[in-house]
Design a protein around this ligand. Structure first.
Ligand SMILES: [Zn+2]
Length: 345
C-alpha cells in the first residue's frame, strides 16, 4: 500500500560550512575545481542522509550543488552576460544586481542532469528535483534582447522542458518548478505564466509540481509580509487556472502564515504539498504544531493527496535548526497518519 502523507521539503537545505558560508544566500564556494566537485557531491550525500534519518519520504539533493535556485540554472545558458549587470526590482520587493540577457537564450548542455543521476544512485526513495519556473527566471534578469517578459518566458520554458526531459530520464520522480513570482504578478500569471509552465512540462511522464511561496526568511520578504494584512489571499489569483492545468502537485506556504486554508478548496483534486514548517524562524515546531496545520489542511485536501512539506527552502537556516524542523515534520505527519488509520470510515 502507498504510504499516506509522504513528507518532503520545498527545496534547499543548509550547506556544510566547509563548502559555503553558512546561513547566507548566494554564498560563495569555499573550494575550487576538482575539490569543489567532490565537495558538492559529499554535501549532497550528507544532505540526503539527514533527510533519510529524519524519515523524509520524498528526498532531494538539498540544492547542495547550486549557489542559488535561479542564478545557477541561468549561469549555464547562452545569451546571458553575467559581467554586464543591472539593478532591477525583484518580485516588486527588493533591488538586486542581476545579469543581462544580451542575445538568444539557449541550453547547450544539461545543467543538473549529472547531479540528479548522482542522487538517483544514492537512494531508492522517490526523488524530487527543483528547477526555477519561467516567470521567476525572467524576474531575476535584465532583458536587453527580447524586450518582452512574455517572449523571454516562452524561451525559458522551452529550455526548461529540455532539462526536465533529461531529469526524468535520469530517474527523477517529481520535477518541481519554483514560481514565487506567481504570488506577485497576477495578470501575467493568468495571461501567460501558467501557460509557459505547461510548456515546460510538455511530454513529461513523471509527476510535476509548482512551488509558490512567500519567499525565504530574509528581511526583504518578512518586511513585505508585514504589509500584506491579516489575510493573505494571493493564492486566490492563480489557483483557478492552476486547478485546470496539467501540473500534478502544488507546493504551498501554510504554517504560521496568514493564508486562509479554505483557499485550498480552489485546487481540490490536485495533490498539495502543504507547508507545515515555517522557514522564517529558528524556533523548531513541535510535532503537534505540524499536525495541527495538517489537520486544518485536511478539511480541504483529500488525505491521499496531502503531502506534508516545508513552507520554502531552508538554505538560510543553521544545520541544526533545519535538522530539528525535518524531524518535527516527520513526527507531525506520523501523528496524522495514526489518526487517519484509527478513523472510522
Ligand atoms: Zn519558496
Amino acid at each position: 500500500m502507498k504510504k499516506l502523507l509522504p513528507t518532503s521539503t520545498a527545496g534547499s537545505l543548509p550547506k556544510p560550512a566547509w563548502l559555503a558560508q553558512p546561513e547566507t544566500l548566494w554564498s560563495p564556494w569555499k573550494l575550487q575545481d576538482q575539490e569543489l566537485i567532490e565537495g558538492k557531491q559529499d554535501a549532497l550525500r550528507i544532505s540526503l542522509q539527514e533527510q533519510l534519518q529524519a524519515g523524509i519520504d520524498i528526498v532531494s539533493d538539498g540544492e547542495q550543488t547550486r549557489q542559488h535556485f535561479v542564478t545557477t540554472f541561468i549561469e549555464h545558458l547562452d545569451g546571458v552576460d553575467f559581467e554586464k549587470r543591472e539593478t532591477v526590482r525583484i518580485r516588486d520587493r527588493y533591488d538586486a544586481s542581476v545579469p543581462t540577457v544580451v542575445g538568444a537564450v539557449a541550453r547547450q548542455k544539461p545543467v543538473f542532469v549529472e547531479d540528479a543521476r548522482f542522487l538517483r544512485a544514492q537512494t531508492s526513495q522517490p526523488i524530487k528535483w527543483a528547477l526555477p519556473g519561467p516567470m521567476t527566471m525572467i524576474d531575476t534578469l535584465f532583458d536587453a534582447h527580447y524586450k518582452s517578459r512574455e517572449k523571454l518566458a516562452w524561451e525559458f520554458a522551452k529550455i526548461l522542458n529540455q532539462e526536465a526531459r533529461e531529469l526524468e530520464a535520469a530517474g527523477v520522480d517529481i520535477i518541481q518548478f519554483d514560481e514565487p513570482a506567481f504570488n506577485v504578478f497576477f495578470d501575467e500569471v493568468n495571461d501567460w505564466g501558467i501557460a509557459t509552465l505547461e510548456r515546460a512540462i510538455e511530454g513529461l511522464k513523471c509527476e510535476t509540481a509548482v512551488h509558490i511561496c512567500y519567499g525565504y526568511g530574509i528581511k526583504a520578504n518578512t518586511d513585505w509580509k508585514k504589509t500584506l494584512g491579516s489575510e493573505w489571499r494571493q493564492y486566490e489569483e492563480a489557483f483557478p487556472k492552476l486547478q485546470k492545468s496539467n501540473i500534478d502537485l502544488i507546493s504551498l506556504e501554510c504554517h504560521n502564515s496568514q493564508v486562509p486554508m479554505d483557499l485550498l478548496e480552489l485546487i481540490r483534486g490536485k495533490k498539495v504539498m502543504v507547508g507545515a514548517i515555517d522557514v522564517a524562524t529558528d524556533i523548531i515546531e513541535t510535532p503537534e504544531q505540524v499536525a495541527s496545520t495538517l489537520r486544518k489542511a485536511l478539511q480541504f485536501v483529500d488525505a491521499d493527496k496531502l503531502y506534508p512539506c516545508t513552507n520554502c527552502g531552508m538554505a538560510p537556516l543553521s544545520r541544526s535548526v533545519a535538522r530539528g524542523k525535518l524531524n518535527a515534520l516527520s513526527a507531525g505527519a506520523e501523528i496524522i497518519r495514526k489518526e487517519l488509520v484509527n478513523q472510522p470510515s
